[in-house]
Design a protein around this ligand. Structure first.
Ligand SMILES: [Zn+2]
Length: 56
């Protein structure tokens, strides 16, 4: 069974053996999840003003 990968629109095999489905690969799955996570956890705040820079 072939389906279009939601990330790169490449036709990929999405049998139950493909643990990355509906994506074609781990890369596409991670990219999509990353985009989702970035969007989801984006906090428009003023509290992260170079807090980390002090430690490096
Ligand atoms: Zn893909």
């Amino acid at each position: 069974m072939f389906k279009k990968c939601p990330n790169c629109n490449k036709l990929s095999c999405v049998t139950k053996d493909n643990k990355f489905r509906p994506f074609c690969s781990e890369k596409c799955k991670l990219i999509d999840f990353g985009a989702w996570a970035t969007e989801k956890f984006q906090i428009p705040g003023k509290n992260n003003e170079s807090d980390y820079d002090e430690n490096f």
